[in-house]
Structure formats: structure tokens, C-alpha cells
Design a protein around this ligand. Structure first.
Ligand code: GLU
Length: 432
């Protein structure tokens, strides 16, 4: 059976394609050249599978989506107390480039606005030269993405030529002692960090590293400590979407960070990393279509952080091909725990990757506690594909009726029994 997740992502792209509201960022002349109609989406699981659609290989600059990762490295290299003494964690409610410094200490409000991100950048690597700091950022961002990243030199020099405001912030923070090194070097390094080129698949994997509490989903390397990731995700939640952070938290509810090139990353802890891209921005500097796509994902996939069920890593307790009491051979999927997007995805992936040897397929949900709506919809689509496309007979074992009245997405009600030994032979089965 072919997994329906990529088809779903294509639908999300199509449904949000209409309209050309918003403007591409023009304060960096090179970004004004961006093709406004590019659009892409990717979702990466914490065990390293990436689903994507649209212009999935198109590369653009990471911009402010680099900020959470640089913040994580600053904490790794200096300890949290040292970082907190220089950069706060309070939402500023102001635009990304606001001169948002505490009046007495010069401490920037948080690491997600430019002032805080410049101070954060200057802490990466501890007391090292700017050259070594740039190299460390390159190495670590490449490790997060799982491939060697490059800087978009045209965007870098274009932003540098017009970076007076960021330079001003750098000088101010130097005067307060928030930045200890040369502020011009720090701002240049920060602009270089923002000019790293990525595609949505890179970003989804980077976000999934945060979702996986710092362990890379593909390489398995521990890149960050879980306590550091918790700090980063908390700040993304409260400050990640500039002056739209409160609106974002209540409507989308996914810790996120946007960038002015048009990308947005989202992190659902324990489940997935998400990345969307479309260059036209709203008045807050967030991608218009990107916000729509994230809203849709949050709603459809049950991903609002205040809404998520307890994820279980092993939704599949056992899969076997065996002879049933009725004498018939069947493939039996025994599932357990709460069925949410992440757990159902692992079931769909198993179905996608493993040919089903038997005509009869049994899903035993006796040990499933709850079926979230999104998991029911995913199961309904799987049922339709297995029965109507692949010609299987599909049976549920559901003694507690956790998915009572379940229908496939083509409207067929499934045979459902309380026990496996009640399953009649295929030729005696009644299909509604
Ligand atoms: N390089 C950009 C700046 O500092 C990043 C801004 C953003 O993506 O929000 O202005």
C-alpha cells in the first residue's frame, strides 16, 4: 500500500496556492529578486523519514530560522546562566529588527529578534576568533541538516551593504558590554549565518533534530542536550513569530520560527519537524502562504501543542503472518498506545514498505487506548487503499470499540470483531 502522507502534503500545497497576497522581502535587495511563486512543504519524523512536496529541492536562505539553532549552540558553549545574563527570554511584541534593548542593561529581550540573535551569534564557540566562530556555525548547521551547507554569497553581500540597522544594534550592545568582541565582526558573522542556503527537506530534518531533543534523526548523533532543546523550544513558542507570537500560539500552537526569505520551521516535540516555504510575506515578516500551510497542518494533523496526546514510539506491538483459528492465513497488525499522527505514520510506513503476503489483513486495536481524529482519517485512507486498490480483506479486532462505526474513506464499513477467533472464513464473511 502506498502511504497517503505525500498526497496529503500535495493537497495542502494546492489548497493554499490561490492568492498572491503579501510582498517578498525587499530590504535586502537580493531577496527582492526571489521568485514569489515558489512553494514547498516537508515533514520529517523523529526517526528520519522525510515527506515533501512542491519545490522541495529549491534552495533559499535560512535567515531568522537560524536563530534557534545558534541559540542552542550559544547555550552549549557558555552554559545557560551566562547566556541568560546577556539575552532575555521575554516576547518583545515588536518587529524583528526593533531596537529592543532593556534601557538599563542593554540586554536584548530575546534571542529570536535581531538584537538578541546578534548577541547570541557572538557567543557561539565561546572565546574564539570570528573566523573559528563562522567555521563552527558552518560545521554544526551542516550536522543539523545532515549535509554540507553553503553560504549564498550574493545574499550575504547584499545584506551586508544594507545592514546599517543591525550594525547599529551591534554597536549599542557593545557599548553596554552585552557583546564583548568586535561588534562589526559579530554582525558580519550573523549575516553570514542568515545567508546559509537550505531547502525544506534540510529544514524539516533540522527541526526534527529539535523534535528529537537534540539527537539527529538520521545520523543518530547527539548534537544537543535535551535541557538545551527544551530552552530553545520554549523561546520559539513565546517569541518565534515576531510580533505575531501570541496569535500564532493560540491558532497554530506549534513552536516555530520564520525567516524573511519565506521559510517557517515548526517543531512538535517527540513527533515531527515541519518546514514550509513561500516568499511573499505579511506585515509581520512571516510567509503568508507558509502561515496558511502551518495552520492547515496544525488543524488536520492534531498538532496544536496544547492538544497533543501522549506519543508512543512503538505503535506496532507485533506484526506477523499466521494461521487464524478459522484455518485461514492472515497478516496481523497488533497496535498499542494512543494513535496520533506520529504513531499512525509508523503503521502506514510499515504497510508502505512491506508487501502484505496474505489476502486477509487484521488490525488488532485491543491495546489501543485512544484514536485521535487524524489517526482515524489516516486509517480510513489506509483501509480504502488496502481494500479497493490492493484487493485485501481488512478486519478490525476492536473489543472496546475505540474506533466504533469506522468507515474507510470510500465509505465502506469494516468488519469488526471482539476477538480474533470470531473472524469467519473469507467466503463466509459479510462485507457491508
Ligand atoms: N538577516 C535578517 C536580518 O537580520 C534576518 C531577519 C529575518 O529573517 O527575520 O534582518
Amino acid at each position: 500500500m502506498k502511504s497517503p502522507i505525500t498526497d496529503y502534503l500535495k493537497d495542502v500545497l494546492e489548497d493554499t496556492r490561490q492568492g498572491d497576497a503579501g510582498e517578498v522581502a525587499a530590504y535586502i535587495p537580493e531577496l527582492a529578486q526571489a521568485d514569489p511563486d515558489r512553494v514547498a512543504i516537508a515533514v520529517a519524523t523523529v526517526d528520519g523519514v522525510v515527506y515533501s512536496a512542491g519545490d522541495e529541492d529549491y534552495r533559499f536562505t535560512i535567515q531568522s530560522m537560524s536563530k534557534p539553532f545558534a541559540y542552542a549552540l550559544a547555550i552549549r558553549d557558555n552554559g545557560l546562566d551566562h547566556v541568560l545574563a546577556r539575552i532575555g527570554v521575554e516576547p518583545s511584541g515588536e518587529a524583528f529588527n526593533e531596537i529592543s534593548l532593556e534601557s538599563d542593561t542593554g540586554r536584548p529581550k530575546n534571542p529570536m529578534i535581531n538584537a538578541g540573535a546578534i548577541a547570541t551569534h557572538a557567543l557561539v564557540g565561546g572565546s574564539v576568533s570570528q573566523r573559528d566562530r563562522n567555521a563552527e556555525i558552518m560545521t554544526m548547521f551542516s550536522a543539523f541538516a545532515g549535509r554540507d551547507l553553503e553560504v549564498d554569497e550574493a545574499v550575504f553581500s547584499s545584506e551586508l551593504d544594507h545592514g546599517h540597522r543591525n550594525l547599529g544594534l551591534g554597536h549599542l550592545m557593545k557599548s553596554f558590554g552585552v557583546i564583548e568582541d568586535n561588534p562589526v565582526d559579530a554582525v558580519e558573522g550573523y549575516i553570514r549565518q542568515c545567508a546559509l542556503k537550505v531547502d525544506v527537506r534540510d529544514l524539516a530534518i533540522m527541526a526534527a533534530t529539535l523534535a528529537n531533543y537534540g539527537q539527529h534523526p538520521v545520523s543518530g548523533d547527539r548534537l544537543l542536550q535535551p535541557s538545551t532543546v527544551r530552552q530553545v523550544l520554549s523561546v520559539m513558542t513565546s517569541c518565534g513569530m515576531y510580533d505575531a507570537a501570541g496569535d500564532w500560539l493560540t491558532t497554530v500552537g506549534i513552536p516555530a520560527k520564520s525567516g524573511v526569505a519565506g521559510g517557517i520551521i515548526g517543531v512538535l516535540p517527540g513527533q515531527v519537524g515541519i518546514a514550509v516555504f513561500s516568499p511573499r510575506l505579511d506585515e509581520h515578516g512571516n510567509s503568508v502562504r507558509g502561515v496558511k500551510m502551518m495552520e492547515r497542518l496544525s488543524r488536520d494533523l492534531g498538532m496544536h501543542i496544547m492538544d497533543v496526546f501522549r506519543p508512543s514510539r512503538s505503535a506496532l506491538r507485533n506484526v506477523s503472518s499466521r494461521e487464524l483459528p478459522n484455518g485461514e492465513q492472515a497478516t496481523v497488525y497488533e497496535m498499542q498506545g494512543d494513535m496520533i499522527f506520529a504513531t499512525m505514520e509508523s503503521v502506514l510506513r510499515h504497510l508502505d514498505n512491506n508487501p502484505l503476503p496474505d489476502h486477509l489483513v487484521v488490525f488488532d486495536v485491543t491495546r489501543v487506548d485512544e484514536f485521535h481524529d487524524v489517526a482515524k482519517r489516516m486509517a480510513a485512507e489506509a483501509g480504502a487503499r488496502l481494500m479497493d486498490e490492493d484487493g485485501h480483506r481488512v478486519v478490525l479486532i476492536d473489543p472496546d470499540k475505540v474506533i466504533a462505526g469506522f468507515e474507510t474513506s470510500h465509505g465502506a464499513e469494516l468488519e469488526s470483531y471482539a476477538k480474533i477467533d470470531q473472524i469467519p472464513q473469507t467466503d463466509k464473511a459479510v462485507r457491508n
